[in-house]
Design a protein around this ligand. Structure first.
Ligand SMILES: C[S@@+](CC[C@H](N)C(=O)[O-])C[C@H]1O[C@@H](n2cnc3c(N)ncnc32)[C@H](O)[C@@H]1O
Length: 187
């Protein structure tokens, strides 16, 4: 991420939106009882909230080495931090009951890469496991935030079909003007 974007993703302003509004929307009626994987934690605002919510078995997968190192020193034994690519997760099949993917897909530069992340989420979920997440929709502000950074916004209108193509069922995508959430089950 570019430096401005990195700072914004760690800011109190984003925390109040992400943790105060978006995360409760993403997690609505979802039980986080088994192993949870968070893909693309960045500075860790969602990670911190998950620890606070009492998630005991939490793994994060972050592609940027520096961000992963910072998470490791911040969370210690409370979180298993893996440095790696969501398009090719170095994680075993069926190891997680929930995969969370917040504000991350638009950073994956290609549509094929985004689909690979969805396929990998399906692979690492247990049968009955749930993929849940959110992302921002495209706007002038989002384009400015991503100058000299990857920006490949997802169209919520086609995401349902893409989740089904990855193998998911009970797919749900809800969009507002500025963002969307999604949920899908590995049945
Ligand atoms: C905008 S931040 C989101 C941080 C946090 N999830 C949130 O919602 O506040 C996106 C993060 O996804 C990470 N990321 C991008 N592509 C990735 C990939 N292929 N695999 C794992 N992480 C990735 C980026 O390095 C960045 O830390």
């Amino acid at each position: 991420m570019n430096r401005f974007h990195n700072r914004y993703c760690a800011s109190e302003k984003w925390k109040s939106v992400m943790v105060g509004e978006i995360l409760p929307w993403v997690l609505e009626d979802l039980e986080l009882s088994g192993p949870v994987l968070e893909v693309g934690p960045g500075p860790g605002l969602v990670t911190e909230a998950l620890v606070r919510y009492g998630v005991e078995d939490l793994t994060t997968l972050e592609i940027e080495q520096g961000a992963a190192d910072r998470l490791r020193s911040r969370f210690g034994d409370a979180v298993r931090v893996v440095t790696g690519d969501g398009e090719d997760m170095a994680l075993p099949d069926g190891g997680f009951s929930t995969v969370l993917c917040c504000t991350m897909l638009h950073h994956v530069p290609t549509t094929a890469g985004q689909d690979a992340v969805l396929h990998e989420a399906f692979r690492v979920l247990q049968p009955g496991g749930v993929l849940a997440g959110s992302d921002s929709r495209t706007s002038m502000r989002m384009r400015i935030y991503h100058i000299r950074d990857n920006f490949n916004p997802v169209d919520p209108g086609s995401l349902g079909d893409r989740l089904e193509a990855a193998g998911f069922r009970q797919v749900q995508v809800d969009a507002t003007e500025s963002r969307f959430r999604f949920r899908a089950v590995k049945s």
